[in-house]
Design a binder for this molecule. Sequence first.
Ligand SMILES: Cc1cc2nc3c(=O)[nH]c(=O)nc-3n(C[C@H](O)[C@H](O)[C@H](O)COP(=O)(O)O)c2cc1C
Length: 386
Amino acid sequence: MDRRRFIRVIGGGFVVAAASASAGCSQHMPAGAIEPWRGPGQEADVRRWILGYAILAPHSHNLQSWLVDLSKPDEILLLCDLARLLPDSDPFSRQTMISHGTFLELLDIAARERGLRADISLFPEGPFGPSSPDQRPVARIRLVADPTVAKDPLFAQILIRRTNRAAYEPARPVPPDAWAAMAASVKPNSLRFGFAGLDQPDALRRHRAIAAEAWRIELTTPRVIMETYKVLRVGAAEIEQHRDGLFVLDQLPVLMNQFGLFDRNKPPAADDYATTSQIKDFNAKLETTPGFLWMVTDDNERVTQVNAGRAYVRVQLVATAAGIALQPIQQALQEYPEQAQPYAEIRSLLDASQAKQTVQMWARAGFAPPVGPAPRRGVDALLVRT
Ligand SMILES: Cc1cc2nc3c(=O)[nH]c(=O)nc-3n(C[C@H](O)[C@H](O)[C@H](O)COP(=O)(O)O)c2cc1C
């Protein structure tokens, strides 16, 4: 068995479906798990049609912590599924709130497509405290027929947006007009969008170094890597069963899993080949990365976090339209104590060192071969039964 191949597929920030070297051998993504990417089609219920797009939003660890209550006509109540949090890697659920923002933005864009204005009221019963979400709603959305509502051209990108964890073309810069379009797309939000490209080699070096160290810490902090293992779906059967989380389809780990050789009940040791080779693999990907982007906010309120998610998914849709791949690399932004050093370094690099300033998103950007979609659980799985 080629142990190196096995290790590589679980590296790179998260699990990668390593189709390239083992094409023809890997298991296939089960059709049912990616069925939602065909879109809601002729769905007659307009709220379900809109939600059919919203569920395609990016979410940290692909946890899909969205619940929706449709008990009132013309209204969608968005709640947070408290069983789908990441307390070790995301101790204050900041990234979960960002992931609710991405959902709301796609919901808004889809509503426009149907001539509906989505009146979104965030935290209508008050915002969550700083430590954790609770049972109160994240948003109340009223759908109002409005002939003046404008369609959003980014709608066309929703079904083809992907998080791309591949190696990027190292010498091909993100074109200036693409950076400009991404920067412009966040305008309705009062956050600071920044980017660095091949024309800033010193900055790129700093980005790569901080990301690499943060990833090393993530891999060698047992409770954090175990949190990822808990939502790691190995092979088609597990993916089909869960339709969420991070996945691996490559033949070797699937086989090893079947033979009980891939133990997800304990973290790999810091000097295990499983750890060292993942670090090496991710570093190689960082080396190929010709650009980084980030979003900084002046405070870290719950509303701000949600709005950062709205902005991020717009940026990603704009990037998608320009053929540019993105992968968030959030490890250094995470608030668990072991990340304190990279956390301080990225804030300093991005001029965000003042107390409440927060780097909400940080991502690599570039050109890369296309990748397939990630599983989704479908609209029914989100419905709160009343
Ligand atoms: C707040 C947030 C943080 C994320 N952090 C990472 C990350 O650190 N590394 C990564 O590879 N992907 C990251 N992602 C991407 C998710 O893993 C991805 O959205 C999810 O797996 C679903 O895949 P998709 O975006 O292709 O639909 C993040 C996404 C969000 C919204």
